[in-house]
Design a protein. Structure first.
Lengths: 327, 677
């Protein structure tokens, strides 16, 4: 577990640096067990920072999401560095963003958190519904300890752990300037059981499955907005000339949207699972992304977000690339 | 072009190619109802003069500003009709072709359905034509110089032709001498003229020609740029012999401690050389080379007390400190003449090549019959790999002469099992020639040839084949299944398929007529020049019939066997073709560059560099621009380099790079017109 005092001490040092504009970390949410992003610009704010298994958000998103307002005439753009706290999975988003030249390595300061797993907030809320006062979650051995309303509840880790953590290959960040704790060695591997189950279904079954899922979509675009890999300044979905897909919420357009997004993430998705986490209508988007992830790994021996020096998969060509799957 | 589109639609019959299946009248009727179509016609051959005149007349009479030709694939006739538009006073990029031949009439039988499909294709073309933009055709200057890679007979011939025409030639050869495979041959079929006698004068000419800069023992390392302006970087490998000082006397080779211990590549490993060597006596340039892998001094740092070669060289040409030299120059055109490898006979283990000493490849046998070869032209039984220990006074037994020689044709050609389906085109005739030479040198030798078919298609070939058979060479039709040893004889097991008789043929020597295969280092040139390969892995020409020496890359041409197996006359003819093709842009001094290039929307580009990585022509780079006061990287296209392949447009996630004439706003309506109504 990350020592919060040590975290705040390091954060204070980083935020005080002249070449750092802000630090993106976690703070306690407004109610329940939730944590939320914190944007720290001065040393005084540092005491807000926390880290716990409730810190589910992938903060790498904010590095590319930040709007760059026009710089007023006569002023210089603020090009100071941004510091960011990342877990193992989140760090892969940084690696992939750098692989795609979203920014240079020297533009960011990375505080790496060796991660022993975060909770799935849906599971927590199902177990402890309607907790409105602020509660805390900590990991003690193989149990999550939840403290709220003066109570203390212990739950086996397995029961509340997020699914993505159960197959996490990279618990320790792959990129960092400072590591906030001892390295965590790999405690799980990915057997793709969910993808294999999906692959076994017939085309008709798959279609029926996804038709039901996509028919729920309300096109809120949360999945796109939260995704650390979706950061085009001008998304093709928003364009009107030509209009690739209509905005109307019907099954044809919505299916096109999700398929297009999955394709745009092929060879790029780093499996942080944020899209599925934020989906208000519970579409299992990671099943689509993970199918691509598995294919990319099997066909090209490539894992996105693991090597910032490697060229992006879909921008490379080797003569011996497999092509037997092409119709 | 401003104002409302006025479109003319021209439906071609292509004789009966299209009109035999598609009801062209009905397509014309339909086209005339489409929005902005002012005139629609059909004609038997739109590409003919009167066909083109229809278009130019209508441009005049109807004020057309867009033209749709519904005919064949744009590959052949798009340039034709663009010229038609130009002569009619329109920008040539206001042409759209609808392919109703390859994509319709040729692949469909049902006239009604085919006609319906043709209408859709025409409608899609009309819809796109309405959105076409005028494009500028830019011209660039052409450097009057040519790079030729490979100095075999094809490269030599092309170099001489271009140099004689007054252009500069840079001739780069990987090995220490020019001449290539032809220099290894003894006689040439079917005329039996001596290969060296006709080749060596040309070898000397390329070395002496004032317009040719010959770079042997050199390799092209980098090529960038485009037709007219290629930047070339060549590594001249160090020979450790000063080319200026070496007189080619050979005193060094005689004293080399490794002399006679290294298989000589030029002799296919039958003859031996030292670490300092001249591949063969007529080598050009006649300068010695030190092979640094085998030189004791260069590889081990020690050669006895001191290197003997250095002591022996009176010209003081040997210098172990010489380094590789990098030379850079600019050329307008490039000819690739890199030749071939012979098939590796070890891939046919049933023929036991590499197992039995006297199973040879034809090229090894060629060195054996060659007067300048390691045996002085005597055909003798080989004892490979054995060191001859000479004891004082002991008489060395003279090598045995084979009493029976057997040739096996099609080794590595026409053979799916080794992945080579093609015919190598030279083996039938060189086998006949070698059989003739064997008979000539050892008259009582029994010469047998196992063959599948004899392909004697060239000028004088059939006559030569006939002559060889009359000389007593025995042809047996059958593909041997195995070679094994019985006593001191080799046994070829086969079936005479003409009489359906299984047979075991005893012989002293087997010669495998190995086919021609793409060079094992083919990839180097592919990577340098982005060449394509045909299914046989030889380099692909731009069109199998009408552009046989061109490649898909403008300004890059092919000559010789690197494009596909061919004999000497064909290689020379192709070299002359490539030379004249390369001289066209150099003589005119200017070339037009692709107008349908990519264009970047710098406002939306996020600078990820995917396009940079996928561009096969290195035409895109990332540059820093100011966006609302922020420094950002965006892609920028060098239009002279861009060939309009569209790879970047496909790779761009934000749709910020688009290809002119194939922009989303042009293509999407086109796709929509083809789709479900």
């Amino acid at each position: 577990m990350v020592d919060v005092e040590k975290l705040r001490e390091i954060a204070r040092e980083v935020v005080s640096r002249e070449d750092v504009r802000q630090l993106i970390g976690y703070r306690q949410g407004t109610y329940g067990f939730r944590a939320r992003p914190a944007f720290i610009t001065s040393p005084e704010e540092v005491d807000q920072l926390i880290f716990s298994p409730a810190c589910v958000n992938n903060l790498a998103t904010y590095l590319t999401l930040e709007e760059r307002l026009p710089v007023p005439r006569g002023q210089e753009p603020d090009l100071r560095k941004v510091a960011v706290m990342v877990k193992g999975c989140d760090s892969r988003a940084l690696v992939q963003q750098m692989e795609e030249k979203a920014y240079e390595r020297d533009r960011i300061v990375v505080l790496g958190i060796p991660c022993t797993g975060v909770v799935d907030m849906d599971k927590v809320e199902k177990r402890f519904p309607n907790v409105l006062s602020r509660g805390e979650i900590a990991l003690e051995g193989d149990k999550f300890v939840l403290s709220f309303d003066g109570k203390r509840e212990e739950v086996p880790k397995e029961e509340l752990l997020a699914d993505k953590c159960k197959r996490c290959r990279y618990p320790t960040p792959l990129v960092y300037d400072q590591l906030l704790d001892e390295e965590v060695s790999r405690f799980a591997d990915d057997d793709y059981a969910d993808v294999l189950a999906l692959e076994k279904r017939s085309a008709e079954e798959k279609w029926a499955y996804w038709e039901e899922k996509f028919s729920r979509c309300i096109r809120c675009y949360s999945c796109r907005n939260v995704c650390p890999m979706c950061y085009c300044e001008d998304c093709v979905l928003d364009r009107l000339n030509p209009q690739w897909m209509r905005r109307s919420v019907d099954i044809s357009e919505t299916t096109a949207y999700h398929i297009a997004r999955a394709y745009h993430l092929a060879g790029r998705c780093i499996q942080c699972g944020e899209c599925q986490r934020v989906c208000p209508v519970e579409i299992p988007l990671m099943e689509l992304n993970r199918k691509f992830y598995k294919d990319v790994e099997e066909l090209y021996d490539y894992e996105p977000g693991t090597d910032a020096e490697a060229p992006p998969l879909l921008a490379t060509f080797k003569v011996d690339d497999r092509e037997d799957f092409i119709l | 072009m401003n104002g409302k589109p006025k479109i003319g639609v021209y439906v071609c019959h292509c004789g009966t190619n299209i009109a035999g299946v598609v009801n062209v009248e009905e397509v014309v009727q339909f086209a005339s109802t489409l929005p902005d179509v002012v005139v629609a016609r059909n004609y038997s051959y739109m590409c003919s003069d009167p066909g083109q005149a229809l278009i130019t007349d209508d441009i005049q009479n109807y004020g057309l500003n867009r033209v749709v030709v519904a005919s064949c694939s744009p590959r052949m006739h798009e340039p034709t009709f663009r010229k038609t538009l130009l002569s009619g006073g329109l920008n040539p990029y206001f042409l759209e072709m609808a392919n109703i031949r390859e994509q319709c009439s040729w692949v469909h039988e049902d006239p009604i359905a085919a006609t319906e499909k043709a209408k859709r294709i025409v409608e899609a073309a009309v819809v796109k034509a309405r959105r076409l933009e005028a494009l500028d055709v830019k011209e660039v200057d052409v450097e009057p110089a040519c790079l030729i890679i490979g100095a075999g007979i094809a490269g030599i011939q092309a170099a001489l032709d271009i140099a004689d025409a007054g252009f500069k030639v840079y001739l780069v050869e990987k090995s220490p001498t020019v001449g290539g495979h032809m220099a290894q041959l003894d006689k040439t079929f079917p005329t039996l003229d001596c290969s060296a006698c006709i080749l060596t004068p040309k070898m000397v000419d390329v070395a002496n020609h004032s317009n040719i800069e010959l770079m042997t023992y050199s390799q092209v390392e980098e090529i960038s740029g485009y037709i007219g302006n290629f930047q070339v970087k060549v590594r001249k490998k160090s020979r450790f012999v000063d080319m200026e000082k070496c007189t080619g006397c050979g005193a060094c080779a005689e004293v080399c401690r490794m002399a006679g211990r290294i298989p000589n590549e030029f002799d296919e490993g039958i003859g031996m050389r030292g670490a300092i060597y001249l591949p063969f006596p007529q080598a050009v340039p006649a300068k010695y080379t030190i092979d640094k892998e085998n030189c004791l001094f260069l590889s081990k740092g020690k050669c006895g007390e001191s290197p003997k070669c250095k002591e022996a060289c009176q010209a003081e040409a040997i210098n172990f400190d010489l380094q590789d030299e990098i030379v850079e120059f600019k050329v307008g055109t490039i000819i690739v003449a890199t030749g071939y490898d012979v098939f590796d006979a070890r891939k046919k283990p049933e023929y036991a090549y590499g197992v039995y000493d006297n199973v040879l490849t034809a090229l090894e046998f060629e060195r054996l019959v060659n007067a300048s070869g390691p045996t002085g032209g005597k055909i003798v039984m080989l004892e490979r790999g054995k060191k001859k220990k000479k004891k004082e006074g002991e008489e060395v037994e003279p090598p045995k002469v084979p009493k029976s020689i057997t040739f096996i044709q099609c080794v590595g050609s026409r053979d799916k099992s080794v992945g080579n389906e093609y015919c190598s085109r030279v083996c039938c005739m060189y086998t006949a020639k070698l059989a003739h030479l064997a008979k000539d040198k050892i008259p009582d030798c029994e010469v047998t040839i196992f063959y599948m078919d004899v392909r004697a298609f060239g000028k004088g070939f059939e006559e030569f084949y006939d002559r060889v058979r009359r000389e007593g060479v025995r042809y047996i039709r059958g593909n041997p299944s195995e070679i094994f040893k019985r006593g001191d004889k080799l046994v070829v097991k086969a079936e005479d398929t003409l009489t359906a008789t299984p047979l075991e043929h005893e012989t002293d020597m087997v010669v495998l007529s190995v086919g021609l295969v793409p060079r094992s280092d083919n990839r180097e040139i592919i990577d340098l020049l982005k060449l394509s390969q045909s299914s046989d892995l030889f380099y692909l020409e731009a069109h199998p019939k009408l552009r046989p020496v061109d490649t898909a890359s403008d300004g890059v041409f092919l000559a010789g066997v690197c494009q596909g197996p061919k004999d000497i006359p064909d290689a020379v003819a192709q070299a002359k073709g490539a030379a004249s093709a390369a001289m066209i842009p150099m003589a005119s001094g200017k070339v037009k560059v692709e107008a349908q290039t990519s264009v970047v929307n710098e406002a939306t580009c996020r600078g990820c560099g995917f396009c940079v990585a996928v561009c096969p022509f290195t035409a895109i780079e990332l540059v820093e621009v100011n966006r609302n006061g922020w420094p950002v990287k965006v892609a920028r296209v060098n239009e002279a380099l861009c060939k309009g392949c569209g790879a970047c447009a496909a790779a761009c996630l934000s749709g910020s790079i688009q290809q002119r004439s194939f922009k989303d706003i042009q293509i999407l309506p086109q796709i929509q017109a083809l789709g479900v109504k």
